[in-house]
Design a protein around this ligand. Structure first.
Ligand code: HPA
Length: 269
């Protein structure tokens, strides 16, 4: 796997005209941010050697290079989910490649079901920490030379970036929540009892992504910042039927605010 990562990174380095140190995984709800990138290069995942291919509706598969907030950035339009059948090594492959390309800061977004009773649909939750409930650990197996065998996770989400996001949100009058994101494999949404269990475990939002990528980024010493858009509620008495379309719709509505925060963070960080 390590050779494959090196091979992919070398292939990309030979084609990329910039050397960005910031990357964004454009998860659900950040599609619009892609429109704000002054795109210089767009590389389809299907062209990139060893890159997994995206299958899920609403996630196209392209690597974008360009400027956002006046900075050179790399963006992943379309990510790989464990529920699609990829192994954890495949899910996190792009993050390993990012490290080889010189990425130092990673911005991620996702859609999540809110398990915190004070949340509402459409809330923007800044992820302060996570709980990993995926059945396979992305660092299982031979240790990669990018980090220690037993990596520290005491600040998986960078505190300075969280403070910066708060400052920007306040300036722009955008309401944000803080909370713990719990990552689970999906593809089912939760039963009411599962939502209750996750809430008791300490989760404020639950979703099917982000945690693997953030673990591997931490293992590579990449600083992480994440936002979870609350697209539905897993709160007793307020649980309604949820569908992928509903999740997309709720996430799309908050896109402009999300994009504003992310763009400004990149400009100032
Ligand atoms: N559960 C899991 N994943 C999700 C949810 C949810 O309620 N909403 C959006 N992604």
């Amino acid at each position: 796997m390590y050779e494959k990562i090196q091979e992919t990174a070398a292939w990309l380095k030979a084609r990329i005209n910039t050397r960005p140190d910031t990357a964004i995984i454009l998860g659900t709800g950040l599609g619009r941010l892609a429109d704000e990138i002054e795109i210089a290069q767009s590389i389809s995942y299907s062209e990139i050697p060893n890159f997994p291919q995206s299958t899920v509706e609403g996630h196209s598969g392209k690597l974008l290079l360009g400027k956002l907030g006046g900075k050179d950035i790399l963006a992943m339009q379309g990510r790989f989910h464990y529920y699609e059948g990829y192994s954890m090594k495949e899910v996190t492959f792009p993050v390993r490649v990012m490290y080889e390309l010189g990425i130092k800061t990673l911005f991620v977004s996702n859609a999540g079901g809110g398990t915190n009773a004070s949340f509402n649909v459409g809330d923007i939750m800044i992820i302060t920490d996570h709980i990993n409930l995926f059945p396979e650990h992305p660092l299982r197996g031979k240790n990669f030379p990018t980090g220690p065998r037993f990596p520290d996770m005491s600040e998986a989400y960078n505190k300075q970036l969280i403070a910066l996001a708060d400052e920007i949100a306040q300036e722009k009058g955008i309401k944000v929540q803080h909370g713990v994101y719990l990552g689970t494999q999906g593809p089912t949404f939760e039963t009411p009892s599962e939502y209750r269990m996750f809430a008791r475990m300490g989760a404020d939002s639950v979703g099917m992504s982000t945690v693997p990528e953030v673990i591997v980024a931490n293992h590579c010493g990449i600083k992480c910042f994440g936002i979870s858009i609350i697209t539905d509620l897993g709160v007793e008495g307020r649980i309604v039927e949820v569908s992928h379309e509903e999740v997309q719709r709720a996430a799309n509505e908050v896109q402009p605010k999300m994009a504003e925060i992310m763009r400004e963070m990149i400009r100032r960080s």
